[in-house]
Write a protein that binds this ligand. Sequence first.
Ligand code: HEC
Ligand code: HEC
Length: 370
Amino acid sequence: MHPLLKLTLLSISCLILAKVAFANKVYEKQDPPRELTVEEAEVAAANYKKYCVLCHGENREGHKNDHAPSLRSKSLFESGVPHSILRPISYGRQGTAMGGYLDEIGGPMTLDEVWNLTYWLFWQSGAERIKLSENPVAGDIKKGETLYQANCSSCHGVKGEGITAPALSNQAALAHNKDDFIRYAIEQGRQDTPMPAFADTLSATDIDDVTAFIRSKASGWKVKKVVLSALPTLDKYVLNPDNDDPDFTLTDDIYVSSEDLFEAIKQNKKMILLDTRVASVWQRAHIKGAIPFPYYSELEKQVQGLPKDVQIVGYCSCPRAATEYIIKQLREIGYTKTAVLYEGIFGWMNLGYPVMRAEGIIDDEAEPLH
Ligand code: HEC
Ligand code: HEC
């Protein structure tokens, strides 16, 4: 054989060997969850449209607002049903734009609706469920950290705080996602999203190490029991009704800065503050005096008693999408003195401005959904 051909054959076989060494684990299939009745599926589709499209997109493609992940990638639905889907929908992920939708914590959906939406998303995805291990993934945390900083931090953040990608160090996410779910996401990636599959570039041991590093960020998360606060009555809508107008200068004719809003609050200006996030997060914390006005409200009902001549400022956490959606509709029906808080509530908090924490959160822990 010609030596060059020999060399070529050798390098090809090395490549094949390397491929085998990097090859994916073999996963067993798991039975699919129950099917929905036609009626349940219709309600789930309508709930998706009403509550989720804003951030996850019309076709579940994700990344519509605030880098909300895809809700149709194959690997997510192969590995995540039910709990990695059910629990974020129920409880949200505190500190991100993903709020909880379960009625128990002040959200708009019943537990049955949340289950059905979970299964509806699964059936829409066309994925087949696989069996993952419940056991922790063992790995070298130090090596994992080095690999993480080199391969992951550009999108997920140096501390896993999330930049253009989910916050991997989020305590709710760490509590809801088992090690093997995380490992599978790293190995397989998320199809049709920027999340690459690392099965071909990292070894199985590397992936274990990164998984162990991510797990090492978990410090615990529990469902807190909530006694829901009563919603503010109409007479509470206008703050400081006898005082002056704040007279904001708006950027792009719509945005007010946190600094200007804080100044107006300090000077007890006359205003209405609308919290346009899912109502459960208003229950947890909000800017003092804000009334819940979720982005999915039926506008006609919700505006009853809302005066047109008082300055309205809306805010959300995504950081503006939900509020812009509401404020634009309000403007169409004649609410011209309206503005959107530019930085959103997380920006507001990061600048050190105050929020009111709910009184209703009790330290008693409830069992999360099983
Ligand atoms: C205001 C924007 C917003 C809305 C509305 C929203 N989400 Fe999310 N969602 C997010 C963001 C952002 C994340 C990722 C948070 C993180 O971990 O960094 C997320 C994460 C999730 C996850 C976890 C996915 C994964 O890959 O781990 C699921 C499941 C989910 N959302 C379902 C829903 C459903 C169902 C609805 C409607 C009932 C909904 N979301 C409404 C922003 C939103
Ligand atoms: C180019 C940007 C990018 C890089 C690099 C990247 N990711 Fe991701 N990752 C994403 C995005 C975006 C998502 C959300 C995908 C979606 O829409 O479902 C994601 C999702 C994930 C998820 C699933 C989270 C969940 O809750 O479902 C895990 C786990 C993850 N990445 C881990 C990693 C690790 C570990 C690395 C490095 C080895 C890495 N990623 C590198 C962009 C990236």
